[in-house]
Design a binder for this molecule. Structure first.
Ligand SMILES: [Zn+2]
Ligand SMILES: [Zn+2]
Length: 243
């Protein structure tokens, strides 16, 4: 299975990543990635980008050094209502909007029911395209409810390669459960690197092992085809434009 797009990556702008966008583009080229989404952390993340950063992404070309660059954000889910940390006017202009739960950004996690409610509220938000690292054990959720909500709202769930590093230890079993449920319900997922350094763009070895274990195939993974990624992005952008 060929992964042609990395839809979750960070640059030096977000405060805790180590490469510029041009370096990330170079990493994409070196690692066989044709579409790179730059999705820096939202304003509530300590050291995260100011809203101006996201408004100003419009100055970037669509293609940099032969790589298609999608302008995006990894927003923070800041409360149980699923509130995001960027104004709607800014979110509407982006190519891709990721949403995830992170400590120290407003919502530090509650019971499984509360986390599930917060995540489903973000899933229902038509501004959101992808829920990132839903298997994070710091924010346990009801997997079947989350997968079902994603299916009903055309929201994608992510299998995040960086979750299998130390920072989100314990993610493997949760992510496997999510991947298996996605297979059962027929929900598409994306696999992404969550790279915070240029050499990690497109690196998804562990996540792909998990995908295999859950019997997910190429057809179940959105970012295996330029056409599918493009169609998804265009469809979601049209939905956002109407808000
Ligand atoms: Zn980060
Ligand atoms: Zn994240």
């Amino acid at each position: 299975m060929d992964i042609i797009a990395d839809l979750h990556t960070h640059t030096i702008a977000c405060g805790h990543a180590y490469s510029t966008l041009e370096e990330m583009v170079r990493g994409a080229k070196e690692n066989g990635i044709e579409i790179l989404a730059t999705t820096d952390h939202g304003p509530r993340m300590p050291g995260g980008c100011h809203p101006y950063y996201f408004y100003n992404l419009a100055v970037l070309p669509e293609v940099i050094d032969g790589i298609r660059v999608l302008k995006g954000i990894e927003t923070n889910i800041t409360d149980i209502r699923g509130t995001l940390d960027l104004p709607v006017a800014a979110l509407k202009e982006l190519d891709i909007v990721l949403a995830g739960m992170h400590p120290l950004t407003g919502y530090d996690g509650g019971t499984e029911d509360e986390n599930t409610e917060a995540m489903i509220n973000a899933i229902k938000n038509p501004l959101v395209d992808v829920i990132v690292h839903p298997g994070n054990p710091e924010f346990e959720v009801n997997v079947n409810q989350v997968v079902e909500a994603a299916l009903n709202n055309d929201t994608i769930l992510e299998i995040n390669n960086s979750s299998f590093r130390k920072s989100r230890a314990g993610s493997w079993s949760n992510c496997l459960e999510i991947a298996k449920a996605a297979k059962k319900f027929g929900l598409e997922v994306i696999v992404s690197s969550d790279a915070h350094f240029s050499q990690d763009v497109g690196k998804m070895k562990k996540a792909l092992q998990l995908i295999k274990k859950a019997n997910l195939e190429e057809k179940d993974i959105l970012n295996t085809s330029i056409e599918r990624v493009t169609e998804f992005i265009n469809t979601k952008k049209k939905v956002r434009a109407k808000i």
